[in-house]
Design a protein around this ligand. Structure first.
Ligand code: FES
Length: 331
């Protein structure tokens, strides 16, 4: 049994146990989304007609008053009848890639930095996505799903690259990626997800600030941007605690040599060294008097992203040109 759920002129079928977001995205109908876990509020919509079950929507993301006024979280709400909803946001530029389930085989596992692994997965069939988006990996033998951004470009849609940081005691990291996972293992995932995407209509200068493995989607974006415009002005800042946490430095140095407009700035917050020390957001503020005309992309822990938004605004970046993804390390 399914219900019909509609937004504007688009309608899709949705099972009674299926979140509205899942149904819309699988039908290639865009709906704002970020965390897909009920915590960010990005997917909030208005129910125009019909009835939904709010499922596990947390009170701090969707208040009782909002429920009474007809709001719902698309990533948590399931339909109880045919339903018509209204989006509260306008679609970002670019293609909507249909959400789907894919299976692949682990083709490489590499320790790239302290407690950080690069995992390559060769898919059975290519996955269309935009630079910056993520997939949800299913942790075998559990009901857990974990979100990891693709670090490869959309052009390399058959082999996905993930950067995974170990969380002590974590089901997905200690128990799997840093435990039993081996080359040749089959992995299941669903994707792509998320609205953190390289704007395909912007060819202007850009600044990207990444914290820890928040580097992954930025690497995809930088490479994608340089592929289409090799001379584009791009400043990539990577903030970590100590030198042992840095990775892919040589690759970025190579990109600097090949692309005069590209600059890579690694920053250590807890260690002095020959390079930049301190917070990555402070390094950016020191380097720029103004960044009018620039686009800014931020991915990392919530405190870093919030500080980055403030820093960009302080340097006069237009708020609509600021794109962000708050990265919550998966356990
Ligand atoms: Fe974050 Fe739904 S609450 S996408």
């Amino acid at each position: 049994m399914t219900f019909t759920v509609s937004v504007s002129a688009d309608r899709v079928e949705c099972r009674p146990d299926q979140p509205l977001l899942d149904a819309f995205l699988r039908g290639s109908v865009w709906m704002p989304n970020s965390c897909n876990q009920g915590t960010c509020g990005t997917c909030k919509l208005r129910v125009v007609s019909g009835e939904v079950d709010h499922g596990l929507s947390p009170e701090h993301t969707l208040t009782r008053a909002e429920r009474e006024q007809g709001f719902a979280l698309a990533c948590q709400a399931t339909p109880c009848s045919d339903t018509v909803v209204e989006r509260l946001d306008t679609a970002p530029a670019g293609t909507v890639h249909a959400l789907r389930d894919v299976v692949g085989t682990v083709s490489a596992i590499e320790d790239v930095a302290r407690d950080t692994r690069r995992v390559l997965v060769t898919l059975d069939s290519p996955l269309e996505f935009s630079a910056g988006q993520y997939v949800e990996l299913r942790v075998p033998g559990t009901d857990h799903r974990r979100q990891y951004s693709m670090a490869n470009t959309p052009g390399e849609s058959k082999q996905l690259e993930f950067h995974i940081r170990r969380q002590p005691g974590g089901v997905a990291t200690d128990g799997w990626v840093f435990g039993t996972l081996s080359v040749g293992e089959r992995v299941e995932m669903a994707g792509p997800l998320g609205d953190f995407r390289l704007d395909p209509e912007d060819a202007g200068p850009m600044i990207l600030l990444g914290g820890g493995t928040g580097l992954a989607p930025l690497k995809s974006m930088v490479r994608q941007a340089l592929t289409s415009a090799p001379d584009r002005a791009i400043h990539l800042y990577h903030g970590v605690r100590e030198a042992a946490d840095l990775y892919d430095m040589e690759l970025f140095r190579e990109w600097e040599r090949a692309h005069p407009g590209f600059r890579y700035v690694p920053c250590l917050s807890d260690q002095s060294w020959s390079g930049r020390s301190g917070y990555v957001t402070d390094a950016f503020v020191e380097d720029f008097d103004t960044c009018r005309g620039y686009s800014g992309y931020l991915c990392g822990p919530p405190a870093m992203v919030d500080a980055g938004v403030k820093a960009f605004k302080r340097r006069r970046m237009a708020p609509r040109r600021i794109f962000r993804e708050k990265f919550t390390p998966a356990v």
